[in-house]
Each structure stands twice: as C-alpha cells, then as structure tokens.
Design a protein around this ligand. Structure first.
Ligand SMILES: Cc1ncc(COP(=O)(O)O)c(C=O)c1O
Length: 386
C-alpha cells in the first residue's frame, strides 16, 4: 500500500514521540503504584502531580480541580451522572439537564440513561451552522435546572460554541456549566475562570497523547457524586490505581502543544477548503467562521461518502465519513441531521481532520486523487444530474 496520509485526527491522533519517550520509563523503570508509600510509589506520585499541574495551568485552574479518568467518555459520564445523583441524594429537586442535539454519543446516551433515572433533559436545536443560540439556553432554564452541558468544538462538523456567553448565562442563573472539550482542548483557549466553567471534559488521544486517559476539571465547591467506589483515589472521585503512564503522556502532550502548530493547521485547513470547493457541487458543513482549526466536513451531494472514502483508501488516504466513534452503528449522522442536511447531503459527506503532521503536499496529493474518484463515482451515480 502507498504511504499513509492520515486525515482522521478527530478520531484519534498519532502519539508524539516526545510523549512516548516521556511515558516509557513508567513501564520499564519507574513503575511504582502512586499510592505506595515507598520511594517507588512517591516517584510515580510526583510524575502524576507534575502532569496535573501542567493540565491545570492550561485551563487556568488549580491542580486539585483536575480528576484523572479513563477518557472523554468517562469524564462526561462522571460530570452528568455525578451531578445528578448528588442533587438527587440531597433532594434538591434539581433534575433538569440542558444539552444540545449535536453532542457526542457519550453525552446523548448518558442523558437518555439519566432520563430513565428521573432526569428531565432538554435537547436544544442548533442553527444550520451548528450554533446554539444562547437566548434559547436562557429560555430553557427553569428553577429545576441543574446543569447546562455543551460540546465546545463539535467532533463531526467542527463548530465552536460561544462558551463565554453561555458561561455568563449559567453563572447569572446559578446553574452548573459543563463543556465537552475533547476536540477543542489545546486548539482553542479554555479559561475556566474567564469562561465561568464548572466542569470541563478533556482527553489525551486527540492531542497526540495516549488513548485511555482523560480528565475532568471540577470547580472547587461543585457537589458531585463518585461513580466508582474503591480506594478513594483522585480525591475520592475516581477510585482505581492511577494510569501513571497515561497521565504522564497526557501531561507531556499538553506541555508540548503549541499555538504555532494550531495556526499552521488552520492555514492548511483554509487552503484545503479552497481546493475542495473548486470541485463542483461541494458544500462545507458547519460554520466557516467558528470552527475547529483542524476540521473539514464536506458534502458532495450525489455520491456516497463511503465510496469516496474506500477509493481514497486505495491511495493510502485515511478519512472518515462521519463520527468515527459512531460509524460502526451505520446510523445517519445526528449532527448533520440537526443542521438541516438532507439524506443525500448526509450520505455524501466526509470528514477530514488535520494534525500538525499534515503538509501542503498531503493536501495537493489528496485533491489530485479525489478529482478522478469524484468524476468516476458521479458517472455511476443515479443522483448525478450532469
Ligand atoms: C467530543 C468528544 N467527546 C467525547 C469523546 C470520547 O472520548 P474518549 O474516546 O476519550 O472516551 C470524543 C471522542 O471521540 C469526542 O470527540
């Protein structure tokens, strides 16, 4: 097979060699349990606390407010279930969650499950660019509202929400504000104080860190219940022997993240979009202005995204045709549906997501290979009009 051109970085990223290098001693030499009181344990504890400090600094939080988890899915579960059960235990009568129709499945399925436990959930609409109207959040808040949970940067269409404005609303109304920042962390500034955030979900594998590790920022004073009972690790909020290697890798991935890389990716994305739009009948999904630096979501209108993807695979090009996390279910993208795409637009969509390892040569190669693929598929398509 040809050399791989990996353009599915919203699904996961290549682990940076610096990250791997930093992690290796924790497998081979410094493999103590961070809870052990001997020097081996203390060594591991120190490494974990160093990573916690790096991550806390990036969010402008205190290290004590960072709880390590197994990833974005667990952090999102802990945020919503933890708040809900704490509120229920204290009989506060706050059982209302406000979220959107374009969340990642781990939020939507947690909400569906919580509805069975007695939660009331409002799933807000978004406009045709994927933006939530902050005024609709104001209208949705009732005396029983516990939390507003919003995806900051959408994993499919890349739309970035105005978290500053939503944070102000939540603070004024006295409701918790949680963001799922798995796609946006290190790509766009997150300041938990400036943005009035109570809970923030992040993970490592989207930012050139290892898989299976994430964190939840929980603002001091937030009343939340643990989901796992055990040895009381992570301030009693996440029992279980710490994933020392993963946490070290997460910290290093954050430490080496650079604004210059993001600026470079964004420039490449804009060049890429320009080339893609030269192809007849292509349409970008999501907001062009408020968009993750590395995301392109595109519809071709009359040919299958899956067919485009498998043809490109023959040339070593790897993309996605929707949310990779959900693609095994083969269901139509709920995000594209929510922004008003019709079935043809949904079926003909592809997602390209860039990383710091991509270059203009990759983009030019992609376009060169894509054009004849589109032409051939259109000649065979029953929907093509030309
Ligand atoms: C927006 C968003 N939230 C949550 C997740 C889940 O994260 P993890 O794979 O670390 O469980 C993902 C990963 O695809 C994501 O993109």
């Amino acid at each position: 097979m040809a050399k791989i051109i990996y353009l599915d970085n919203a699904a996961t990223t290549q682990t940076d060699s610096k990250v791997l290098g930093k992690m290796l001693p924790s497998f081979t030499k410094e493999y103590g349990n961070a809870s052990s009181s001997h020097f081996f344990g203390k060594q591991a504890r120190e490494s974990i606390e160093k990573a916690r400090e790096i991550i806390a600094k990036k969010l402008n939080s205190s290290p004590e407010e960072i709880i390590f988890t197994s990833g974005g899915t667990e952090s999102n579960n802990l945020a919503l279930k933890g708040l809900f059960f704490n509120s229920r235990n204290r009989e506060l009568g706050k059982n209302h969650i406000i979220t959107t129709k374009i969340e990642h499945d781990c939020i939507l399925n947690t909400c569906k499950w919580l509805e069975k436990q007695g939660a009331k959930v409002t799933y807000l609409d978004v406009d045709n660019q994927g933006l939530v109207n902050p005024k609709e959040i104001v209208s949705a808040i009732t005396p029983s509202t516990l939390v507003v949970s919003i995806i900051q940067g959408n994993n499919e269409i890349g739309t970035l929400q105005d978290i500053k404005e939503i944070g102000k609303i939540c603070k004024k109304k006295g409701v918790y504000f949680h963001i799922d920042a798995c796609q946006s962390f290190t790509k766009t500034p997150i300041d938990v104080k400036k943005h009035n955030l109570d809970l923030v979900t992040i993970n490592a594998h989207k930012i050139h860190g290892p898989k299976g590790v994430g964190a939840l920022f929980i603002k001091k004073g937030t009343k939340i219940e643990a989901l796992l009972n055990g040895g009381g690790h992570e301030r009693g909020l996440r029992s279980g022997t710490e994933n020392t290697s993963g946490v070290i890798g997460f910290g290093e991935a954050v430490r080496i993240s650079k604004t210059q890389d993001i600026n470079k990716i964004q420039k490449l994305r804009d060049y890429f979009i320009k080339q893609l739009l030269k192809i007849e009948k292509t349409k970008i999904n999501g907001s062009l202005k408020n968009r993750l630096a590395n995301n392109i979501n595109l519809s071709f209108g009359d040919i299958e995204g899956e067919a485009i993807s498998s043809h490109l695979e023959n040339f070593g090009i790897v993309i996605s045709t929707g949310s990779a996390c959900a693609s095994h279910t083969l269901k139509k993208s709920h995000v594209l549906k929510a922004i008003g795409c019709n079935d043809l637009e949904i079926n003909s969509s592809i997602r390209i997501s860039l990383s710091k390892y991509n270059t203009k040569t990759h983009v030019d190669y992609f376009i060169k290979k894509l054009k004849p693929v589109v032409k051939t598929l259109r000649q065979m398509s029953p929907y093509a009009t030309t």
